[in-house]
Structures are given as C-alpha cells and as structure tokens.
Write a protein that binds this ligand. Structure first.
Ligand code: 5GP
Length: 116
C-alpha cells in the first residue's frame, strides 16, 4: 500500500472536498483554488504519483478520467464552447500534488496553452 497523499485522503473522505463524482476507478472534485469558472480535478483512486509511473493496468482508470471529464463538462454547461484538460508531470510540468490528476478547466476563453 502506497503512502497516503492529499488526494487519497479526499478520495477516502478523510479530508473534505466538493466531490462531484466517484466510482471504483476515479474521483472528481472542485479545485480549492479555481483558475476559471469551472475547475475540477479528476484523480485516480489508486495512488499513482505521476504520468511517469503509469503501467498498462492503469489504462482503464486513465481512460475513465476522460469519459468522466466529458460528462462533467456537459453537466457544467461548458461542453459546447469547449474546455481544456491538463495533466501536469513533475517539476517542469508544474505538478504540485504527486497523485495523478487531470484538471478540467473551462467556463471562459483560456489563454495560451503554455506560459513563459
Ligand atoms: P498540480 O499543480 O499538481 O497539477 O495541481 C494541484 C491542484 O490541486 C492545484 O490546482 C491546487 O489548487 C489543488 N489543490 C491543492 N490542495 C487542494 C485541496 O486541499 N483541495 C482541493 N480541492 N484542491 C487542492
């Protein structure tokens, strides 16, 4: 069993969060510091630290992240205008929490994909 992370404590309901969706593979909740009107994090229930750590058996959970993102985008009313899905990896990618997660960001026109 891997060491707990901030997000595994949210998955296990040990730390409160605004959880929007949960199944056997992933959990989605609102980001505590939203960067846009909709900013949701979709995390794997299994603790996978980074994209660099994924293995073939994780493919179901990683695919589920995208189908859940699409469902939540529709529920948020942002799918017609579009949105952005981001997975940061390690230091150069700007990853802060080492438990794999996808950002679903939308509700306004977003800026350049990569900042300076
Ligand atoms: P990263 O930089 O690792 O890709 O993204 C981490 C995200 O987690 C950030 O957008 C940050 O605002 C969010 N975050 C950090 N701590 C918490 C927390 O305790 N609760 C929630 N809901 N989001 C958090």
């Amino acid at each position: 069993m891997s060491e707990q992370t901030l997000f595994s404590k949210i998955v296990g309901k040990e730390i409160p969060a605004d959880i929007l969706y949960q199944d056997e593979l992933v959990t989605a909740f609102r980001d505590i510091t939203p960067k846009a009107p909709t900013h949701i994090l979709i995390v794997t229930n299994k603790i996978i630290p980074t994209v660099d750590d994924v293995v073939a058996e994780d493919e179901a959970a990683l695919g589920r992240m995208i189908t859940v993102a699409a469902k939540l985008a529709k529920a948020e009313g942002i799918s017609d205008d579009g949105y952005r899905l981001i997975i940061n990896c390690k230091e150069h990618g700007g990853q802060e929490v080492y438990h794999i997660h996808m950002h679903l960001i939308g509700g306004r026109r977003l800026g350049h994909m990569v900042g300076s």
